[in-house]
Design a protein around this ligand. Structure first.
Ligand code: NAD
Length: 485
């Protein structure tokens, strides 16, 4: 079956669709078939200028509105997204290849959650009164101004909303650049925000690869950059932002540990490992790809995991019975297959998968390696694909030390029935987003983000407000000024 998802135009700027065919063509490929479903053009300097200038113009008026007024727009957008969840989920599936079974519950709806949550919070954003004896002070929470959002290709709708919602709630404007691999979904969010009452120019989408992202980051009008991407890109963007002391949020990669103790509910632990390695075909930053299993239950764990892998249904991602899709791109498929070959070459034991099914599309089987050691490449580097590494451990102390022996620090999980142990271990794990007897939940009410090389700042929850606003402190003297002369 052929699909088309050609957008009205490549960009959404100043409240309307904008095309400039002079920009490099970017083919949008449906990963399940390899078919071209749309073509967009990278933003030219003229498009970038229109977006930045439009955002600056829109921001002042937006910031002058009350928080309640701003929040109303965001909450209306959330309602529109929910009403169009199926249509948006189909587009997300065409763009990313993720099964519709997943996108119907995890993408547009997660974006709507963020818009609803920050829409509700917008009216509550206040400063503080500070009593200072005879004098007093107060703080004003001000927007930063113009923010740039740059997205990865695994969650294009969610990433656009997770950045736009807190930014707009605080009174900022945003220019968002989706990943060049998945350019379609953010355009829909821009359309919906305007339909919900956002002023033209408040949220703009411009297409392009790293060069367009770099041009946005370098522009002196930009006050803040929020990136979701890999650590190497994060380094570049952070360094560029530092030249003008811009604020940053960095949501980067991971190689997160999931520790399964001998007393864990085995089925729950296997379920957590499946969610933490194979959901979205493994293309999730917070995945628990180093699964440390206590020695006594290692074989039982692998046996139950292998049994449950019989439930994988690869196929047309638009078929709601499909529960496992392709990789988002041929390039990512090749990277993952390279890691699988390296795992075999370095002596890991292939327990399941490892193959790359023939035919059109970018498929990789769900793959499990056992007998993985800490030194192996597959245990050290982020693969960003459906490759689970199972490592053995003897005791708690050893598991904690090995779990922390990485430069990443995005997520970590613990499965055990001993809740004292669960909290004791979590307290010592170096990770920003942790799970007890679960994996990969990301409710908007909890902050999300990484320690160490996995990032800076937090998305979601009240914590995100601090990263999209700045405080002005005002001291007020009530008496006379006592100067020395
Ligand atoms: N922590 C999180 O919340 C989170 C979520 C999803 C993905 N990720 C991470 O994202 C990575 C996968 O996504 P990807 O391959 O799209 O990442 P990537 O780093 O290749 O690209 C991310 C974005 O940055 C842009 N970019 C590239 N070079 C740039 C530059 N010099 N200046 C400005 N922008 C530039 C890209 O065009 C893209 O839009 C993985 O490492 C994954 O862990 C993290």
């Amino acid at each position: 079956m052929t699909h088309t998802a050609q957008p009205t135009a490549s960009h959404f700027v100043n409240g309307t669709h904008l095309e400039d065919a002079a920009g490099d063509a970017i083919e949008v490929i449906h990963p399940a078939t390899g078919a071209v479903i749309a073509t967009v053009h990278a933003a030219t300097p003229a498009v970038i200028e229109a977006a930045l200038a439009g955002a600056v113009a829109a921001q002042a008026d937006w910031a002058a509105r009350t928080g309640t007024e701003r929040g109303r727009v965001l909450r209306r957008a959330a309602d529109l997204i929910r009403a169009r969840n199926r249509e948006l989920s189909i587009l997300e599936t065409l763009d990313t290849g993720k099964p519709l079974q997943e996108t119907l519950v995890a993408d547009a709806s997660s974006g709507a959650d963020a818009l609803e949550y920050f829409g509700g919070m917008a009216g509550t954003l206040t400063g503080q009164h500070v009593a200072l004896g005879a004098n007093w002070g107060y703080t004003i929470r001000e927007p930063l101004g113009l923010c740039v959002g740059i997205g990865a290709w695994n969650y294009p709708t969610q990433i656009a909303c997770w950045k736009a919602a807190p930014a707009l709630a605080c009174g900022n404007a945003m220019v968002f650049k989706p990943s060049e691999v998945t350019p379609l979904c953010a355009l829909k969010i821009a359309e919906i925000l305007v339909e919900a009452g956002a002023p033209p120019g408040l949220f703009n989408v411009v297409q392009g690869a790293g060069a367009v992202g770099a041009a946005l980051v370098a522009d002196p009008r930009v006050a803040k950059v929020s990136l979701t991407g890999s650590v190497p890109t994060g380094r570049k963007v952070y360094a560029a932002a530092a030249q003008a002391m811009k604020h940053v949020t960095m949501e980067l990669g991971g190689k997160s540990p999931l520790i399964v103790f001998h007393d864990a509910d085995l089925d729950d632990a296997v379920g957590g490992a499946i969610l933490g390695n194979f959901y979205s075909t493994g293309q999730v930053c917070s995945n628990g790809t180093r699964v440390f299993v206590q020695k006594g239950i290692r074989d039982a764990f692998l046996a139950r995991l292998t049994e449950r892998l019989a439930g994988v249904r690869m196929g047309d991602p638009l078929d709601e019975a499909t529960n496992f899709g392709p990789m988002a791109s041929a390039a990512q498929r090749d990277i993952v297959m390279g890691y699988i070959a390296q795992g075999i070459a370095e002596g890991a034991r292939l327990v399941a998968g490892g193959g790359c099914p023939e035919g059109p599309g970018f498929w990789v089987e769900p793959t499990v390696f056992a007998d993985v050691t800490d030194a192996m490449t597959i245990a050290r580097e982020e693969i960003f694909g459906p490759v689970m590494c199972v490592l053995d451990f003897t005791d708690e102390e050893e598991a904690i030390a090995r779990a922390n022996a990485t430069d990443f620090g995005l997520s970590a999980g613990v499965f055990t029935r001993d809740l004292t142990r669960a909290h004791r271990v979590i307290a010592r794990l170096q990770a920003g987003t942790c799970f007890v007897n679960s994996y990969n939940d990301a409710p908007v009410e909890l902050p999300f983000g990484g320690f160490k090389m996995s990032g800076l700042g937090r998305e979601n929850a009240a914590a995100a407000i601090a990263h999209y606003s700045q405080l002005k402190s005002v001291f007020v003297r009530m008496g006379r000024v006592a100067a020395p002369f």
